[in-house]
Design a protein around this ligand. Structure first.
Ligand SMILES: Cc1ncc(COP(=O)(O)O)c(C=O)c1O
Length: 286
């Protein structure tokens, strides 16, 4: 398997990460996940922009330009031969010894790594939906940074799994924010409600795509906070992310939701999302 390490494409076995890399010791780094359909990246520029925006928010100097990163990951995709999958790239602040909380000097070089894995679209789940729980958002207050320190998120995902659920819908003082690894929205009386961007959620790229779809379909979208009580009274609930696309929710705690009814807004968003994929990456075979 070929991977990106230190600005080169190498065999996975060649990779050496120092134990004093700040990503390893502090979780001091950022990442992106980009979906691949038909050997092509979906929403590539948006992901690269967000990668640089995250770097900027933590004052990390990128060694490469956006274009250089695009060339590198495009070469990796070609090399991998993978048709449907996910690219993971991360940049850590590099290897600074001795361990010190202070940001290191400019001569410490950030480290870029990346890999691609096959991941088919989960067609069955996109029809039947996922089960969720509501739980308190225990994370920090800079959730807009796509950072590799994901302990809060993984503890929340684990909580969901302990309840036999796929995803945790998070709240702060009963205001719904997002999920452990996706954004969440509700449909009520023909309109969509989702938490506004800001420091409490990750500005999802899938959310941008479905918002454009909603606009095309004349479905009103309100980026405004709503409560856990509103969530439970919703007509439809869905999560969105690069890997799960527009995913209907069939259960929130003990309450069931009927998924993809004939007049379903989630279904219409899914259809429009597929059109977007086809426009960017070509016809889907599944
Ligand atoms: C916490 C969180 N929110 C939202 C998202 C959705 O972001 P995107 O649509 O860009 O994948 C993700 C994706 O991983 C996430 O981890």
């Amino acid at each position: 398997m070929k991977v990106i390490w230190d600005n080169k494409i190498v065999d996975r076995e060649e990779v050496k990460i120092d134990f004093e890399d700040r990503g390893y010791q502090f979780g001091d780094g950022i990442y992106e996940v980009i979906r691949i359909y038909n050997h092509m990246y979906f929403c590539l520029d948006d992901h690269i922009d967000r990668f640089f925006s995250s770097a900027n928010k933590i004052e990390m100097n990128m060694l490469q330009s956006k274009n250089e990163i695009k060339i590198l990951i495009t070469a990796l995709l070609k090399e991998s031969g993978i048709k449907t999958g996910n690219l993971y790239i991360q940049m850590t602040r590099g290897n600074a010894s001795p361990r010190d909380h202070t940001y290191p000097s400019q001569d410490v070089k950030p480290l870029l790594t990346g890999s691609i894995t096959t991941a088919e679209r989960n067609l069955e789940q996109l029809q039947t939906g996922i089960k969720t729980i509501i739980t308190e958002d225990i994370r920090w207050l800079k959730c807009d940074i796509k950072m590799i320190s994901l302990l809060g998120n993984i503890m929340l995902k684990h909580e969901a799994h302990k309840h036999n659920a796929d995803e945790a819908i998070l709240h702060r003082d009963q205001t719904v924010t997002e999920c452990s690894s996706s954004n969440v929205a509700i449909v009520k009386d023909g309109a969509i409600y989702t938490h506004p961007d800001g420091n409490l959620i990750l500005p999802g790229i899938t959310k941008v795509v479905w918002r454009n779809c909603a606009k095309k379909l004349n479905i009103p979208v309100y980026e405004q906070a709503y409560s856990t009580a509103d969530l439970l009274k919703a007509d439809e609930v869905f999560c969105s992310s690069t890997t799960i696309e527009i995913m209907p929710v069939n259960q929130v705690d003990s309450q069931s939701f009927t998924v993809l009814k004939s007049n379903s807004i989630v279904k219409r968003l899914q259809e429009c999302y597929k059109v977007e994929i086809v426009q960017q990456c070509g016809k889907l075979t599944n």
